[in-house]
Design a protein around this ligand. Structure first.
Ligand code: GTQ
Length: 347
């Protein structure tokens, strides 16, 4: 036996001796723990709406929204199967509410965002107010807020749910309860929150008790119009086209404490410069079509397609027609912790 082999045998024996004491040597695992750059198990992936919609409608025949509590098909990252994650920290699912159905009132520690894909006029209720949702609307359910969904229209309603489930799970901070009634009492007229907090005004003595925006529906019509007005100045960002973040009007921070949300316009023919950032991002194509290269793979996308880019993967978009992308990530959390990084490919 060589010197090195003897040393290794002695070490292995030592590891075995300390194992019952629930100890392990750092030097055996250090390179996997403290990596020179993010090393995610998450993979780039796309869900084409036309391919997944039939399965969602089939789920509509198998179980009611009430029976399921929430009738949702989870979008699982191929590298994270079995964990209900689309990225390491975030969750995504497609929720279906059929005509006449109610998803019963509950609340939980997890924050939720809804991004409406299909149908028009079904509602979600938060804080005693019902908001009627249109395609492209970004709707917020703050953490620990009672919420129920209902569809009094004649057509199925489908939206993308984005939740911070994996993040809350990681922290072992999940609480949840049912209200015990299908729907919360309606105590405010539709549009009340928007009028009170979303019109460049705030009640004079307003003191926020929440870290989430009090505006709980950011209608697509308004966001789209803003993008259309701004495009006239022709100031396109090389990496993002024209990209805006949704904000909490109370403090100018992101609209939600755990998920950063964005909307961006890429004009026909635009090609973004390669970009990467430490926040894995979920994208939804709201309008138009194009393609995105993420690391080694490339996806063509169209309306309602959903794709995910893992942390620190090179990202470049090409728009084949005027395109609008909604996106969400944990950037808000990373920024709060001083962890967020980007590489705009210009150095
Ligand atoms: O609508 O409240 O996709 O509680 C997962 C958990 C949606 C919801 C989800 C939820 C909801």
């Amino acid at each position: 036996m060589t010197q090195e082999q003897k040393a290794e045998t002695a070490r292995e024996a030592f590891y075995a001796r300390i194992d019952p004491q629930h100890m392990t040597p750092l030097w055996s695992v250090m390179s996997g723990l403290i990596t020179p750059k993010p090393r995610s198990r998450a993979e780039a992936h796309i869900w084409h709406y036309g391919d997944v919609r039939p399965a969602l409608m089939e789920a509509g025949e198998l179980i009611t929204a009430k029976e399921a509590e929430r009738r949702v098909l989870i979008l699982e990252n191929p590298g994270l199967r079995g964990h209900s994650k689309i990225t390491t920290s975030l969750y995504a699912g497609l929720q279906l509410v059929l005509p006449g159905e109610v998803a019963p009132c509950h609340r939980h520690s997890q924050s939720a965002l809804r991004f409406v894909l299909e149908g028009s006029g079904a509602h979600t209720a938060v804080g005693g107010e019902r908001t009627h949702m249109q395609p492209g609307d970004f709707v917020i359910t703050p953490n620990w807020a009672w919420h129920d969904h209902g569809n009094e229209t004649g057509a199925p309603m489908v939206w993308l749910d984005g939740l911070d489930i994996p993040l809350v799970q990681f922290l072992d901070a999940s609480f949840a309860e049912m209200l015990g009634a299908d729907e919360q009492p309606v105590s405010r007229p539709a549009g009340d929150a928007m009028a009170r907090y979303g019109d460049g005004l705030l009640p004079v003595d307003f003191q926020s008790t929440s870290r989430t925006s009090p505006v709980f529906n950011y209608p697509y019509a308004r966001s789209r119009e803003a993008l259309e007005t701004m495009r006239r100045t022709d100031e396109w960002d090389a990496c993002h086209g024209l990209k805006m973040r949704y904000v909490n009007p109370v403090d100018g921070d992101y609209a939600m404490p755990t998920m950063a949300t964005f909307i961006q316009l890429l004009p026909k023919g635009f090609q973004t410069r390669g970009y990467r950032s430490s926040d894995a991002t979920v994208f939804v194509c709201v309008e138009g079509s194009g393609s995105t290269t993420i690391g080694e793979v490339s996806f063509a996308w169209g309306k309602n397609d959903i794709f995910v880019a893992p942390s620190w993967h090179h990202l470049a978009h090409q728009a084949s027609e005027d395109a609008v992308l909604f996106s969400y990530s944990d950037r808000v959390v990373q920024e709060k912790l001083g962890l967020w990084r980007e590489d705009r490919g210009n150095n």
